[in-house]
Design a protein around this ligand. Sequence first.
Ligand code: PLP
Length: 398
Amino acid sequence: MATPMAAPATVDRNGERMSRDWQDWADIAQAPESLPTLGQPVSEVETPALIVDLDRMERSIRFVQDYCDRIGVRNRPHIKTHKVPAIGRQQVAAGAQGITVQKLGEAEIFAEAGFDDIYLPYNLLGQAKLDRLRAFLDRFGDTVKLSLTCDSGLVAEGVSKVAVAAGRTLDVGVECETGMGRAGVQTPQQAFDLALYIDRLPNLSFGGLMSYPAPLDEATPVAFMGQALQVFKRAGHPAPEISMGGTPQLHWSQNVPGVTEYRPGTYIFHDRHTVERGKLWTMDDVALAIHGMVVSRPTPDRAILDAGSKAITPETLGLDLLGHVVEFPEARLYAMSEEHGFVDLSDCPPDQRPQLGDRVSVIPDHVCATVNMSNFLVGARNGKVEVVWPVVARGRVR
Ligand SMILES: Cc1ncc(COP(=O)(O)O)c(C=O)c1O
């Protein structure tokens, strides 16, 4: 008879329970993962695995840095795509001026890793967030310049109170909605009014305008920022810094009036979405693929991969399939369950179909959400493993 599992220890005080649970985590969940070894042929790395083509990644770092230098804007890459401090260091070494993060959890990791100029363009709202902001300023206030944005007076007021309590002054910009249909003030006049309000709050200084435009809509941000510059000028204020972002939008970024900074994220690896919506790259620039294995061929027209929705995000960003199978371009990755990828082979010639045990590489529709699910990335060159990076800020979504 199977031994019944021990009942979980219940201790009255929450703190004690929690510390036991975390001890469990330290003891059990830290069991070593089967990591690839350096020098190992990529073709032998256990699947599913996220493999980064280092030549392509380095080329991309250079390309986007050169592009920003040429159009005269600061490059402040968004690290939410890779979440790996070592990659962020390569971006800074190539010329990036600071980094962008989306959440305090990412800021904490990258500050701990030594990054000293961090932009967090996300509304920080609620006491729990403000307490963490205070803790961040207490811990890193002397070494890290943290700048924020907001799209309401309420967010600015909360941040101001924390800045006063911590004895710091913070730059806070205004998020503007320029066609994405997401967060942000709706008009240039509102942007100006909020900028003045921020400047009047204790220990805050207006930090410029920020927007994340929709990938295919150039006209709206161009009109918005053009009008915003007029509003500031008419009121006798200097032109604000203007921070724009987005990989697929890079080719028209220089047309946004007054743009001073750019925040590209996905370019570090690219994916089907940036190739489909952008103009400056092709599938040959995509640096990350999920290597999977065909673990079942239940019918002549179907292959099943060992990579499902826990290895590749099923988020399509409006694209038709769930990913591109590089070696079998006619194959269609049409569905996933958690650990299975469903591939339709009916368009592949009968003699060009993957066999049981074959390895394939899949380019995801959205690489950022895919990376966030993996404990490590495998960097490879010339078919050999060169580096294995832990995805240090993985899961830091708070
Ligand atoms: C505020 C902000 N800035 C920059 C980026 C980077 O965009 P991309 O990953 O398309 O380069 C994002 C992406 O979500 C974002 O939300």
